[in-house]
Design a protein. Structure first.
Length: 508
């Protein structure tokens, strides 16, 4: 049974039963009123005949019959019919009936009862009456109204009642259908859309026309539909990014091996050039310069610890440019691998200041060449924090490269660190062109970039790395430029609460 029938049928049945009960009660009351009217007519007739100065003979009874519309009969004290308007057979039947139940003067006016006289039904009643002046024995006058006339009168009285009841029932059915349709239509539409949605079809939102329960249900369905669409869009985007990530990871692995060979060859070439320079130079000061450069670039563990980018002969400068660009390619490869196969960071207690200093030193020559001045405002007593140095280098390098690209005509890069009770904070300010408000919500999305040659991974991967540490990466628009801020928890407990395993838990 549909919801419309469940709404309409009980509603209609209840009203129909109520209307039928009222109609039956009205019909019963009408029939009782007819009986009371007959009895009242009998009492009035008896009073008139008793007070009349003429005899209640047949002529008088015929005149009275024309007035009251029923048959009349007068019966003396012996039970003999004195006069009657009944036919012979009916009069004979009445005589036998009266002899079998002869009334007395103490009976008074009797309630109406049914009697069959001469094959015809009557509604009969009687009352005592004086037939002649000075009469000592009681006499009675009978009023007999045909049952057919009573039934006809009752029908005439009841017909409007039942007609009104039928109209009311019809109105109830129509009203029930309309109400059921109005209530069921949104629910049925909701069910149809749910079935269509389950079959994989697309749907337009339901129209919310009311503010009742049905309207709230439609609004909730629209909200659910919007959530499903958003979830579907996110799922499609995630699957697309996962596929792109797998391809990117394969490309990164294929590129890393030859790039490592190129980097090694460039480093060997740089050492060879320095050896040739020392042999050709008669002054030991040149060696001191070269040695200082090697001392600055001794740690080879990360892209930020490559060969020195200091001054030198043109050939060596060219090699330095090659090594710097190779380092940038390594950062891009690391971003691709981090995006495609994210893993938990290997946390060790380390200084954020040291990581920022190292990356700034590595980028010093490139920033100077781009006309970018560097200001360092590092908190001297910045406490150590559990972090993955290699991953945080990657984040800082991405943010510095992003800042440098935002200042193509030069500017100022300010690196700032500070601490709170629970975290260490790094801020990188640039004086570039800033981020347009319409792009603010997209800059951390993978592969989103406004630069012709950009990969669009730097900021997205950086946020992933920082969040894996249990921190946050955000940006703030400045009056002239942009500020990127990332935070790192000061305790390993905070990292573990973020679902990150530290280096010791991973076997370090």
């Amino acid at each position: 049974m549909g919801i419309r029938a469940k709404i309409v049928l009980p509603f209609t049945a209840l009203f129909l039963v109520a209307i039928l009960a009222v109609a039956l009660l009205a019909a019963r009351s009408t029939a009782n009123l007819v009986d009371e009217r007959i009895q009242a007519q009998m009492a009035d007739l008896a009073g008139v005949l008793s007070q009349a100065s003429f005899a209640a003979n047949l002529s008088v009874l015929n005149h009275v019959k024309a007035i009251v519309g029923g048959e009349l009969a007068t019966v003396d004290a012996r039970g003999a019919i004195v006069a009657t308007t009944l036919g012979p057979e009916a009069a004979k039947a009445l005589r036998e009936h009266v002899r079998g139940a002869r009334p007395t003067a103490a009976d008074g006016a009797a309630p109406a009862w049914s009697v069959s006289l001469g094959g015809r039904g009557y509604r009969a009643t009687f009352a005592p009456v004086e037939l002649t002046l000075g009469q000592e024995a009681p006499a009675f006058v009978y009023l007999l109204t045909p049952e057919a006339e009573i039934a006809a009168a009752t029908q005439r009285a009841v017909r409007p009642i039942f007609l009104a009841a039928a109209c009311g029932a019809l109105a109830v059915v129509v009203l029930g259908y309309v109400v059921g349709h109005r209530l069921a239509r949104p629910v049925e539409s909701l069910a149809d859309q749910a079935r269509h949605l389950a079959a994989g079809g697309s749907q337009a939102p339901l129209a919310v026309r009311t503010h009742d329960e049905v309207g709230r249900l439609a609004a909730a369905f629209n909200a659910l539909l919007e959530s499903l669409r958003a979830a579907e869009a996110r799922l499609v985007a995630t699957e697309r990014l996962a596929a792109v990530g797998q391809v990117a990871a394969g490309i990164a692995h294929e590129v890393r091996n030859p790039l490592s060979g190129i980097k090694m060859s460039a480093q060997l070439l740089k050492r060879r050039l320095r050896e040739l320079e020392r042999r050709a130079s008669p002054h030991p000061a040149g060696e001191a310069v070269g040695g200082g450069s090697d001392a600055r670039s001794s740690p080879p563990a990360s892209p930020c610890q490559g060969e020195d980018a200091g001054a030198g002969p043109p050939a060596e400068e060219s090699v330095n440019v090659m090594l710097a660009e190779i380092a940038r390619l390594e950062v891009i490869i690391d971003d691709l691998l981090t995006f495609a196969r994210p893993s938990a960071p290997k946390l060790v207690p380390a200084s954020l200041n040291a990581v920022v200093d190292e990356v700034l030193d590595f980028m010093a020559r490139q920033l100077e060449h781009a006309g970018v001045a560097v200001r360092r405002e590092l908190e001297p007593a910045l406490p150590a924090a559990p972090l993955d140095p290699q991953r945080i280098r990657q984040v800082v390098l991405n943010l510095i490269l992003n800042a440098a690209e935002a200042m193509p005509n030069g500017g100022t890069l300010t690196a700032r660190t500070r601490s709170t009770d629970r975290e260490v904070v790094a801020e990188l300010d640039d004086t570039g062109h800033g981020i347009p408000p319409e792009l603010a919500a997209k800059i951390f999305e993978p592969f989103f970039t406004t630069k012709p040659g950009g990969s669009g991974l730097g900021l997205g991967v950086s946020r992933t790395i920082i969040e894996a540490h249990g921190g946050t990466l955000t940006f703030q628009p400045l009056e002239h430029g942009t500020r990127f801020v990332f935070t790192l928890p000061r305790s390993q407990t905070a990292n573990r609460k973020s679902g990150i395993e530290d280096g010791e838990n991973r076997g370090h």
